[in-house]
Design a protein around this ligand. Structure first.
Ligand code: NAD
Length: 483
Protein backbone atom coordinates (compact mmCIF):
# COMPACT_ATOMS: atom_id res chain seq x y z
CA UNK A 1 0.00 0.00 0.00
CA UNK A 2 1.38 3.42 -1.01
CA UNK A 3 2.07 5.71 1.91
CA UNK A 4 -0.39 8.59 2.20
CA UNK A 5 0.98 11.75 0.64
CA UNK A 6 0.23 14.99 2.49
CA UNK A 7 -1.38 17.60 0.24
CA UNK A 8 -2.98 20.99 0.85
CA UNK A 9 -6.42 21.73 -0.55
CA UNK A 10 -8.54 24.89 -0.72
CA UNK A 11 -12.21 24.88 -1.69
CA UNK A 12 -12.27 28.46 -2.97
CA UNK A 13 -15.36 30.47 -3.92
CA UNK A 14 -18.37 30.27 -6.26
CA UNK A 15 -18.45 26.84 -7.87
CA UNK A 16 -15.15 25.99 -6.09
CA UNK A 17 -16.52 24.04 -3.10
CA UNK A 18 -18.86 21.97 -5.31
CA UNK A 19 -16.26 20.94 -7.84
CA UNK A 20 -13.72 20.26 -5.06
CA UNK A 21 -16.18 17.93 -3.28
CA UNK A 22 -16.82 16.11 -6.55
CA UNK A 23 -13.11 15.71 -7.24
CA UNK A 24 -12.24 14.55 -3.71
CA UNK A 25 -15.00 11.93 -3.90
CA UNK A 26 -13.57 10.56 -7.15
CA UNK A 27 -9.99 10.56 -5.81
CA UNK A 28 -11.08 8.77 -2.66
CA UNK A 29 -13.15 6.11 -4.43
CA UNK A 30 -10.30 5.45 -6.86
CA UNK A 31 -7.92 4.77 -3.99
CA UNK A 32 -5.70 7.86 -4.06
CA UNK A 33 -3.47 7.82 -0.97
CA UNK A 34 -3.76 11.38 0.30
CA UNK A 35 -3.49 13.03 3.68
CA UNK A 36 -5.53 16.16 3.22
CA UNK A 37 -4.74 19.47 4.93
CA UNK A 38 -7.29 22.18 4.22
CA UNK A 39 -6.62 25.92 4.14
CA UNK A 40 -9.02 28.78 3.58
CA UNK A 41 -8.43 31.21 0.73
CA UNK A 42 -10.43 33.67 -1.31
CA UNK A 43 -13.27 36.10 -0.69
CA UNK A 44 -13.64 35.48 3.05
CA UNK A 45 -9.95 36.05 3.62
CA UNK A 46 -9.99 39.24 1.54
CA UNK A 47 -12.97 40.44 3.61
CA UNK A 48 -11.04 39.72 6.81
CA UNK A 49 -8.35 42.10 5.60
CA UNK A 50 -5.77 39.71 4.14
CA UNK A 51 -4.90 41.64 0.99
CA UNK A 52 -3.63 38.56 -0.90
CA UNK A 53 -6.64 36.41 0.07
CA UNK A 54 -4.65 33.98 2.21
CA UNK A 55 -3.85 33.80 5.96
CA UNK A 56 -0.15 33.95 6.87
CA UNK A 57 -0.40 30.54 8.69
CA UNK A 58 -1.53 28.87 5.47
CA UNK A 59 1.94 29.33 3.96
CA UNK A 60 3.38 26.88 6.50
CA UNK A 61 0.89 24.21 5.44
CA UNK A 62 1.71 24.85 1.77
CA UNK A 63 5.44 24.73 2.39
CA UNK A 64 5.20 21.53 4.47
CA UNK A 65 3.10 19.58 1.97
CA UNK A 66 4.68 21.09 -1.17
CA UNK A 67 1.55 20.10 -3.13
CA UNK A 68 -1.54 22.29 -3.46
CA UNK A 69 -4.86 21.35 -5.07
CA UNK A 70 -6.73 24.61 -5.41
CA UNK A 71 -10.30 25.38 -6.44
CA UNK A 72 -10.94 28.74 -8.15
CA UNK A 73 -11.54 31.85 -6.09
CA UNK A 74 -13.27 35.15 -6.75
CA UNK A 75 -10.83 38.03 -6.90
CA UNK A 76 -12.52 41.13 -5.50
CA UNK A 77 -12.61 44.13 -7.82
CA UNK A 78 -11.07 47.43 -6.82
CA UNK A 79 -7.80 48.65 -5.44
CA UNK A 80 -5.81 47.17 -2.58
CA UNK A 81 -6.43 43.50 -3.42
CA UNK A 82 -3.70 41.34 -4.86
CA UNK A 83 -4.30 38.30 -7.02
CA UNK A 84 -3.93 35.20 -4.85
CA UNK A 85 -2.86 33.13 -7.85
CA UNK A 86 -0.05 35.48 -8.77
CA UNK A 87 1.00 35.70 -5.09
CA UNK A 88 1.12 31.90 -4.64
CA UNK A 89 2.90 31.33 -7.95
CA UNK A 90 5.54 33.91 -7.24
CA UNK A 91 6.00 33.29 -3.51
CA UNK A 92 6.40 29.53 -3.98
CA UNK A 93 8.61 29.90 -7.08
CA UNK A 94 6.14 28.07 -9.35
CA UNK A 95 7.84 29.16 -12.56
CA UNK A 96 6.12 26.86 -15.05
CA UNK A 97 2.42 26.84 -15.86
CA UNK A 98 1.45 23.75 -17.83
CA UNK A 99 -1.91 23.54 -19.58
CA UNK A 100 -2.71 20.51 -21.72
CA UNK A 101 -5.49 21.32 -24.23
CA UNK A 102 -7.02 18.19 -25.70
CA UNK A 103 -10.10 17.63 -27.90
CA UNK A 104 -12.57 14.90 -26.89
CA UNK A 105 -14.36 14.58 -30.21
CA UNK A 106 -16.94 13.52 -31.09
CA UNK A 107 -18.19 13.56 -27.50
CA UNK A 108 -17.38 17.21 -26.90
CA UNK A 109 -18.13 19.42 -29.84
CA UNK A 110 -15.03 21.02 -31.37
CA UNK A 111 -13.87 22.00 -34.84
CA UNK A 112 -10.53 20.32 -34.16
CA UNK A 113 -10.99 16.65 -33.29
CA UNK A 114 -7.25 15.85 -33.35
CA UNK A 115 -6.12 18.72 -31.19
CA UNK A 116 -3.66 17.69 -28.46
CA UNK A 117 -1.35 20.51 -27.47
CA UNK A 118 0.28 21.71 -24.26
CA UNK A 119 0.93 25.35 -23.46
CA UNK A 120 3.89 25.94 -21.14
CA UNK A 121 3.81 29.46 -19.85
CA UNK A 122 6.50 31.30 -17.90
CA UNK A 123 4.77 32.11 -14.64
CA UNK A 124 6.80 34.65 -12.68
CA UNK A 125 8.16 37.39 -14.91
CA UNK A 126 7.01 39.65 -17.73
CA UNK A 127 4.28 42.24 -17.11
CA UNK A 128 3.10 40.11 -14.16
CA UNK A 129 5.94 41.61 -12.12
CA UNK A 130 3.15 44.13 -11.54
CA UNK A 131 5.53 47.11 -11.49
CA UNK A 132 3.50 50.07 -12.70
CA UNK A 133 3.74 53.84 -12.57
CA UNK A 134 1.81 56.88 -13.60
CA UNK A 135 4.50 59.15 -15.01
CA UNK A 136 2.52 62.17 -16.12
CA UNK A 137 -1.08 63.24 -16.37
CA UNK A 138 -1.27 61.40 -19.70
CA UNK A 139 1.17 58.52 -19.49
CA UNK A 140 1.32 55.23 -17.57
CA UNK A 141 4.02 52.59 -17.49
CA UNK A 142 3.90 48.82 -16.87
CA UNK A 143 7.32 47.24 -16.68
CA UNK A 144 8.05 44.09 -18.63
CA UNK A 145 10.92 42.33 -16.88
CA UNK A 146 12.44 39.24 -18.47
CA UNK A 147 15.53 37.57 -17.04
CA UNK A 148 17.93 35.24 -18.77
CA UNK A 149 17.85 32.54 -16.04
CA UNK A 150 14.02 32.78 -15.96
CA UNK A 151 13.91 32.30 -19.73
CA UNK A 152 16.40 29.44 -19.68
CA UNK A 153 14.52 27.65 -16.92
CA UNK A 154 11.15 27.72 -18.70
CA UNK A 155 12.57 26.83 -22.13
CA UNK A 156 14.45 23.91 -20.63
CA UNK A 157 11.35 22.82 -18.70
CA UNK A 158 9.41 22.78 -22.01
CA UNK A 159 11.98 20.52 -23.67
CA UNK A 160 12.24 18.29 -20.59
CA UNK A 161 8.42 18.07 -20.53
CA UNK A 162 8.41 17.14 -24.23
CA UNK A 163 11.06 14.46 -23.67
CA UNK A 164 9.34 12.96 -20.61
CA UNK A 165 5.94 12.89 -22.34
CA UNK A 166 7.07 11.58 -25.74
CA UNK A 167 6.18 14.85 -27.48
CA UNK A 168 7.80 15.61 -30.84
CA UNK A 169 8.01 19.39 -31.21
CA UNK A 170 8.41 22.52 -29.09
CA UNK A 171 7.28 25.85 -30.54
CA UNK A 172 8.45 29.17 -29.12
CA UNK A 173 6.07 32.14 -29.38
CA UNK A 174 7.50 35.64 -28.99
CA UNK A 175 7.21 39.17 -30.37
CA UNK A 176 10.91 39.62 -31.04
CA UNK A 177 10.33 41.64 -34.19
CA UNK A 178 9.22 44.50 -31.89
CA UNK A 179 10.73 43.68 -28.48
CA UNK A 180 14.15 42.80 -29.83
CA UNK A 181 15.84 42.86 -26.46
CA UNK A 182 13.46 41.11 -24.03
CA UNK A 183 11.65 38.73 -26.41
CA UNK A 184 14.79 38.57 -28.55
CA UNK A 185 16.78 37.25 -25.58
CA UNK A 186 14.00 34.72 -24.75
CA UNK A 187 14.14 33.31 -28.28
CA UNK A 188 17.95 33.25 -28.33
CA UNK A 189 17.91 31.24 -25.10
CA UNK A 190 15.24 28.93 -26.60
CA UNK A 191 17.52 28.27 -29.59
CA UNK A 192 20.48 27.54 -27.30
CA UNK A 193 18.47 25.14 -25.13
CA UNK A 194 16.95 23.42 -28.20
CA UNK A 195 20.45 22.27 -29.23
CA UNK A 196 20.53 19.98 -26.16
CA UNK A 197 17.42 18.13 -27.42
CA UNK A 198 18.27 17.14 -31.01
CA UNK A 199 15.52 14.50 -31.14
CA UNK A 200 12.83 17.17 -30.56
CA UNK A 201 11.85 19.44 -33.44
CA UNK A 202 11.65 23.15 -32.68
CA UNK A 203 10.22 26.22 -34.38
CA UNK A 204 9.18 29.79 -33.69
CA UNK A 205 6.05 31.82 -34.31
CA UNK A 206 5.46 35.51 -33.80
CA UNK A 207 2.79 35.57 -31.10
CA UNK A 208 0.07 37.43 -33.03
CA UNK A 209 -0.02 35.08 -36.00
CA UNK A 210 0.80 32.16 -33.68
CA UNK A 211 -2.31 32.90 -31.60
CA UNK A 212 -4.38 33.18 -34.76
CA UNK A 213 -3.02 29.83 -35.92
CA UNK A 214 -3.90 28.19 -32.59
CA UNK A 215 -7.46 29.45 -33.02
CA UNK A 216 -7.64 28.21 -36.63
CA UNK A 217 -5.35 25.14 -36.78
CA UNK A 218 -4.46 24.00 -33.27
CA UNK A 219 -3.76 20.47 -34.50
CA UNK A 220 -0.44 21.69 -35.92
CA UNK A 221 0.96 22.39 -32.45
CA UNK A 222 2.47 20.03 -29.92
CA UNK A 223 4.23 21.84 -27.01
CA UNK A 224 4.23 25.65 -27.05
CA UNK A 225 6.49 27.62 -24.72
CA UNK A 226 6.05 31.33 -24.23
CA UNK A 227 6.22 34.35 -21.95
CA UNK A 228 3.73 35.01 -19.19
CA UNK A 229 1.21 37.35 -20.86
CA UNK A 230 1.21 35.62 -24.25
CA UNK A 231 0.84 32.30 -22.44
CA UNK A 232 -2.11 33.58 -20.45
CA UNK A 233 -3.90 34.54 -23.65
CA UNK A 234 -3.05 31.58 -25.87
CA UNK A 235 -3.76 29.00 -23.19
CA UNK A 236 -7.30 30.34 -22.88
CA UNK A 237 -7.71 30.35 -26.67
CA UNK A 238 -6.40 26.79 -26.85
CA UNK A 239 -8.67 25.62 -24.00
CA UNK A 240 -11.72 27.29 -25.53
CA UNK A 241 -11.24 25.67 -28.94
CA UNK A 242 -11.10 22.20 -27.39
CA UNK A 243 -14.82 22.72 -26.70
CA UNK A 244 -15.13 24.14 -23.16
CA UNK A 245 -12.96 26.03 -20.68
CA UNK A 246 -14.66 23.82 -18.10
CA UNK A 247 -12.46 20.93 -19.31
CA UNK A 248 -9.01 22.39 -18.76
CA UNK A 249 -6.69 21.51 -15.88
CA UNK A 250 -3.33 23.03 -15.20
CA UNK A 251 -0.26 22.67 -13.05
CA UNK A 252 2.06 25.34 -11.72
CA UNK A 253 5.40 23.78 -11.01
CA UNK A 254 8.48 24.92 -9.15
CA UNK A 255 11.56 23.21 -7.78
CA UNK A 256 10.05 22.43 -4.36
CA UNK A 257 6.31 22.96 -4.69
CA UNK A 258 3.52 22.54 -7.20
CA UNK A 259 -0.05 23.82 -7.43
CA UNK A 260 -2.82 22.14 -9.42
CA UNK A 261 -6.07 23.76 -10.49
CA UNK A 262 -8.74 24.17 -13.15
CA UNK A 263 -8.02 26.86 -15.70
CA UNK A 264 -11.43 28.47 -15.28
CA UNK A 265 -12.52 30.86 -12.53
CA UNK A 266 -15.15 30.66 -9.80
CA UNK A 267 -18.11 31.31 -12.19
CA UNK A 268 -20.08 32.92 -9.33
CA UNK A 269 -23.27 33.25 -11.37
CA UNK A 270 -23.65 29.56 -12.17
CA UNK A 271 -26.60 27.78 -10.56
CA UNK A 272 -25.69 25.38 -7.71
CA UNK A 273 -24.62 21.87 -8.71
CA UNK A 274 -24.36 22.59 -12.45
CA UNK A 275 -20.63 23.21 -12.94
CA UNK A 276 -18.40 20.76 -14.73
CA UNK A 277 -15.79 19.41 -12.28
CA UNK A 278 -13.58 18.10 -15.12
CA UNK A 279 -11.09 20.98 -15.14
CA UNK A 280 -10.23 20.53 -11.47
CA UNK A 281 -10.31 16.75 -11.89
CA UNK A 282 -7.75 16.90 -14.71
CA UNK A 283 -5.66 19.23 -12.52
CA UNK A 284 -5.91 16.64 -9.74
CA UNK A 285 -4.74 13.91 -12.15
CA UNK A 286 -1.67 16.00 -12.97
CA UNK A 287 -1.15 16.14 -9.20
CA UNK A 288 -1.40 12.33 -8.82
CA UNK A 289 1.13 11.98 -11.64
CA UNK A 290 3.42 14.48 -9.90
CA UNK A 291 3.31 12.60 -6.56
CA UNK A 292 3.89 9.20 -8.13
CA UNK A 293 0.35 7.77 -7.97
CA UNK A 294 0.13 7.13 -11.73
CA UNK A 295 -2.03 3.97 -11.58
CA UNK A 296 -4.78 5.89 -9.75
CA UNK A 297 -4.53 8.81 -12.20
CA UNK A 298 -4.78 6.39 -15.13
CA UNK A 299 -7.82 4.62 -13.65
CA UNK A 300 -9.68 7.89 -13.08
CA UNK A 301 -8.72 9.40 -16.45
CA UNK A 302 -10.04 6.41 -18.36
CA UNK A 303 -13.24 6.29 -16.29
CA UNK A 304 -13.70 9.99 -17.01
CA UNK A 305 -13.22 9.46 -20.76
CA UNK A 306 -15.74 6.63 -20.59
CA UNK A 307 -18.23 8.93 -18.86
CA UNK A 308 -17.86 11.47 -21.68
CA UNK A 309 -18.27 8.68 -24.24
CA UNK A 310 -21.41 7.45 -22.50
CA UNK A 311 -22.93 10.89 -23.13
CA UNK A 312 -23.19 11.82 -19.46
CA UNK A 313 -22.55 15.52 -19.76
CA UNK A 314 -22.77 18.65 -17.65
CA UNK A 315 -24.63 21.63 -19.05
CA UNK A 316 -21.58 23.34 -20.60
CA UNK A 317 -20.85 20.42 -22.95
CA UNK A 318 -24.37 19.01 -23.32
CA UNK A 319 -25.56 18.82 -26.98
CA UNK A 320 -28.88 17.27 -27.97
CA UNK A 321 -27.25 15.35 -30.83
CA UNK A 322 -24.25 14.03 -28.84
CA UNK A 323 -25.29 13.72 -25.23
CA UNK A 324 -27.51 11.17 -23.52
CA UNK A 325 -28.06 12.66 -20.09
CA UNK A 326 -27.67 16.15 -18.67
CA UNK A 327 -26.26 15.92 -15.15
CA UNK A 328 -25.13 18.22 -12.38
CA UNK A 329 -21.75 18.29 -10.66
CA UNK A 330 -22.50 15.56 -8.10
CA UNK A 331 -24.15 13.18 -10.55
CA UNK A 332 -21.28 13.59 -12.99
CA UNK A 333 -18.79 12.68 -10.26
CA UNK A 334 -20.95 9.66 -9.37
CA UNK A 335 -20.93 8.55 -13.02
CA UNK A 336 -17.12 8.69 -13.07
CA UNK A 337 -16.94 6.67 -9.85
CA UNK A 338 -19.28 4.02 -11.33
CA UNK A 339 -16.90 3.67 -14.32
CA UNK A 340 -13.68 3.26 -12.33
CA UNK A 341 -11.88 0.26 -13.83
CA UNK A 342 -13.48 0.74 -17.27
CA UNK A 343 -11.75 1.97 -20.42
CA UNK A 344 -13.10 4.27 -23.12
CA UNK A 345 -14.30 2.27 -26.12
CA UNK A 346 -13.70 4.60 -29.03
CA UNK A 347 -11.36 7.26 -27.66
CA UNK A 348 -7.79 6.14 -27.01
CA UNK A 349 -7.25 5.01 -23.41
CA UNK A 350 -4.76 7.13 -21.52
CA UNK A 351 -1.67 5.71 -19.91
CA UNK A 352 0.44 7.31 -17.20
CA UNK A 353 3.82 5.65 -17.44
CA UNK A 354 6.02 5.85 -14.37
CA UNK A 355 9.77 5.40 -14.09
CA UNK A 356 12.87 7.56 -14.22
CA UNK A 357 12.70 8.51 -17.91
CA UNK A 358 9.16 9.87 -17.52
CA UNK A 359 10.19 12.30 -14.76
CA UNK A 360 10.65 15.91 -15.75
CA UNK A 361 14.16 16.92 -14.77
CA UNK A 362 14.64 20.32 -13.16
CA UNK A 363 17.89 21.56 -14.65
CA UNK A 364 19.15 24.76 -12.99
CA UNK A 365 20.09 27.60 -15.35
CA UNK A 366 23.76 27.81 -16.33
CA UNK A 367 25.93 30.18 -14.31
CA UNK A 368 26.35 33.48 -16.14
CA UNK A 369 29.75 34.31 -17.66
CA UNK A 370 30.63 37.76 -16.26
CA UNK A 371 30.50 40.53 -18.88
CA UNK A 372 32.07 44.00 -18.90
CA UNK A 373 29.50 46.69 -18.21
CA UNK A 374 30.10 50.27 -19.37
CA UNK A 375 27.90 53.28 -18.60
CA UNK A 376 27.68 55.29 -21.84
CA UNK A 377 24.77 57.66 -21.23
CA UNK A 378 21.31 58.17 -19.82
CA UNK A 379 17.72 58.58 -20.94
CA UNK A 380 16.01 61.30 -18.91
CA UNK A 381 12.21 61.20 -18.93
CA UNK A 382 10.39 64.53 -18.63
CA UNK A 383 6.83 65.66 -17.97
CA UNK A 384 6.54 68.67 -20.29
CA UNK A 385 3.50 70.36 -21.77
CA UNK A 386 4.83 73.65 -22.95
CA UNK A 387 5.79 73.48 -26.60
CA UNK A 388 7.35 71.76 -29.57
CA UNK A 389 10.18 69.21 -29.64
CA UNK A 390 12.54 71.87 -31.02
CA UNK A 391 11.74 74.17 -28.10
CA UNK A 392 12.41 71.35 -25.63
CA UNK A 393 15.69 70.50 -27.39
CA UNK A 394 16.76 74.14 -27.13
CA UNK A 395 16.29 74.08 -23.34
CA UNK A 396 18.13 70.75 -23.01
CA UNK A 397 21.05 71.81 -25.22
CA UNK A 398 21.58 74.69 -22.79
CA UNK A 399 22.08 72.26 -19.86
CA UNK A 400 23.78 69.35 -21.64
CA UNK A 401 27.31 70.75 -21.17
CA UNK A 402 29.87 67.96 -21.80
CA UNK A 403 27.15 65.38 -22.60
CA UNK A 404 25.56 65.19 -26.02
CA UNK A 405 21.79 65.37 -26.48
CA UNK A 406 21.35 62.83 -29.29
CA UNK A 407 17.63 62.08 -29.37
CA UNK A 408 14.19 63.06 -28.08
CA UNK A 409 11.30 60.64 -28.45
CA UNK A 410 7.65 60.93 -27.53
CA UNK A 411 5.95 57.60 -26.79
CA UNK A 412 9.02 55.94 -28.35
CA UNK A 413 8.94 57.83 -31.67
CA UNK A 414 11.79 60.14 -32.61
CA UNK A 415 10.64 63.78 -32.61
CA UNK A 416 14.10 65.41 -32.50
CA UNK A 417 16.31 65.88 -34.41
CA UNK A 418 14.29 65.95 -37.63
CA UNK A 419 11.01 64.58 -36.34
CA UNK A 420 7.88 64.43 -38.46
CA UNK A 421 5.42 67.30 -37.92
CA UNK A 422 2.51 64.80 -37.93
CA UNK A 423 3.73 62.90 -34.82
CA UNK A 424 1.34 63.43 -31.90
CA UNK A 425 3.20 64.53 -28.80
CA UNK A 426 1.90 63.73 -25.32
CA UNK A 427 3.32 65.22 -22.12
CA UNK A 428 5.82 62.32 -21.81
CA UNK A 429 9.30 62.83 -23.30
CA UNK A 430 12.44 60.70 -23.37
CA UNK A 431 15.66 62.64 -23.83
CA UNK A 432 18.86 60.73 -24.60
CA UNK A 433 22.25 61.99 -23.46
CA UNK A 434 25.43 60.16 -24.44
CA UNK A 435 29.14 60.85 -23.96
CA UNK A 436 29.35 61.26 -27.72
CA UNK A 437 27.27 60.55 -30.84
CA UNK A 438 28.30 56.88 -31.20
CA UNK A 439 27.58 56.02 -27.55
CA UNK A 440 30.84 54.11 -27.08
CA UNK A 441 32.76 56.33 -24.65
CA UNK A 442 31.86 55.93 -21.01
CA UNK A 443 30.54 58.49 -18.53
CA UNK A 444 30.60 58.65 -14.74
CA UNK A 445 27.41 58.21 -12.67
CA UNK A 446 28.11 61.62 -11.10
CA UNK A 447 27.69 63.24 -14.54
CA UNK A 448 24.09 61.98 -14.60
CA UNK A 449 23.42 63.37 -11.15
CA UNK A 450 24.81 66.77 -12.18
CA UNK A 451 22.83 66.71 -15.42
CA UNK A 452 19.65 66.05 -13.42
CA UNK A 453 20.49 68.98 -11.15
CA UNK A 454 20.90 71.29 -14.19
CA UNK A 455 17.64 69.99 -15.72
CA UNK A 456 15.87 70.66 -12.43
CA UNK A 457 17.50 74.09 -12.25
CA UNK A 458 16.15 74.91 -15.72
CA UNK A 459 12.63 74.33 -14.41
CA UNK A 460 12.11 71.04 -16.26
CA UNK A 461 10.15 68.27 -14.46
CA UNK A 462 12.09 64.98 -14.67
CA UNK A 463 10.30 61.70 -13.95
CA UNK A 464 13.14 59.21 -14.07
CA UNK A 465 16.58 58.48 -15.45
CA UNK A 466 17.31 55.19 -17.19
CA UNK A 467 21.01 54.42 -17.46
CA UNK A 468 22.40 53.31 -20.81
CA UNK A 469 25.00 50.54 -20.77
CA UNK A 470 27.09 48.47 -23.11
CA UNK A 471 27.73 44.84 -22.18
CA UNK A 472 30.92 43.38 -23.68
CA UNK A 473 30.71 46.34 -26.06
CA UNK A 474 27.17 45.47 -27.19
CA UNK A 475 24.51 48.18 -26.92
CA UNK A 476 22.14 47.44 -24.01
CA UNK A 477 19.29 49.75 -25.01
CA UNK A 478 16.99 50.13 -27.98
CA UNK A 479 17.20 52.84 -30.63
CA UNK A 480 14.30 55.33 -30.96
CA UNK A 481 11.63 54.44 -33.52
CA UNK A 482 12.52 56.43 -36.63
CA UNK A 483 16.13 56.90 -35.49
P1 NAD B 1 -14.95 32.05 -15.11
O1 NAD B 1 -13.94 31.11 -15.71
O2 NAD B 1 -15.20 31.93 -13.67
O3 NAD B 1 -16.34 31.87 -15.85
C1 NAD B 1 -16.59 32.23 -17.18
C2 NAD B 1 -17.72 31.37 -17.74
O4 NAD B 1 -17.17 30.10 -18.09
C3 NAD B 1 -18.83 31.07 -16.74
O5 NAD B 1 -19.83 32.04 -16.77
C4 NAD B 1 -19.34 29.74 -17.23
O6 NAD B 1 -20.24 29.94 -18.29
C5 NAD B 1 -18.11 29.07 -17.79
N1 NAD B 1 -17.50 28.15 -16.84
C6 NAD B 1 -16.40 28.37 -16.07
N2 NAD B 1 -16.12 27.29 -15.34
C7 NAD B 1 -17.05 26.36 -15.64
C8 NAD B 1 -17.28 25.03 -15.22
N3 NAD B 1 -16.50 24.40 -14.33
N4 NAD B 1 -18.34 24.37 -15.73
C9 NAD B 1 -19.12 24.95 -16.64
N5 NAD B 1 -18.96 26.20 -17.10
C10 NAD B 1 -17.92 26.90 -16.62
O7 NAD B 1 -14.47 33.52 -15.48
P2 NAD B 1 -14.98 34.94 -14.94
O8 NAD B 1 -16.48 34.94 -14.87
O9 NAD B 1 -14.27 35.91 -15.79
O10 NAD B 1 -14.38 35.05 -13.49
C11 NAD B 1 -15.12 34.82 -12.30
C12 NAD B 1 -14.20 35.00 -11.10
O11 NAD B 1 -13.19 33.99 -11.11
C13 NAD B 1 -13.48 36.34 -11.07
O12 NAD B 1 -13.50 36.83 -9.75
C14 NAD B 1 -12.07 35.98 -11.48
O13 NAD B 1 -11.13 36.88 -10.93
C15 NAD B 1 -11.92 34.61 -10.91
N6 NAD B 1 -10.91 33.75 -11.55
C16 NAD B 1 -10.25 32.91 -10.71
C17 NAD B 1 -9.33 32.03 -11.25
C18 NAD B 1 -8.62 31.10 -10.31
O14 NAD B 1 -8.89 31.11 -9.12
N7 NAD B 1 -7.70 30.28 -10.82
C19 NAD B 1 -9.10 31.98 -12.62
C20 NAD B 1 -9.82 32.84 -13.46
C21 NAD B 1 -10.75 33.71 -12.90
Amino acid sequence: MTQKKPITIARGDGIGPQIMDAVLTILDKAGAQLEIHEIEIGEKMYEQGYSSGIKPEAWDTLRKTGVFLKAPITTPMGGGFKSLNVTVRKSMGLFANVRPCVAYAPYVKTHFPNMDMVVIRENEEDLYAGIEYRHTQDAYESMKLISRPGSERICRYAFEYARANGRKKVTCMVKDNIMKMSDGMFYKVFEEVAKDYPEIENDRWIIDIGAARIAARPEEFDVVVTLNLYGDIISDIAAEVTGSVGLGGSSNVGENCAMFEAIHGSAPRMAPDTANPSGLLLGALMMLNHIGQQPVAEKIHNAWLRTLEDGIHTKDIYRDDLSKKKVGTTEFAQAVVERLGQLPQTMKPVSYPSGEDTKIKMVPPKAAVPQTKALVGTDIYLDWKNGTPDQLAEKLLDVAEELKLTLITNRGVKVWPEGQPETFCSDHWRCRFLAEESGVSTIMPAQIIMLLARINGAGLDFIKAENLYRYNGEQGYSAGQGE
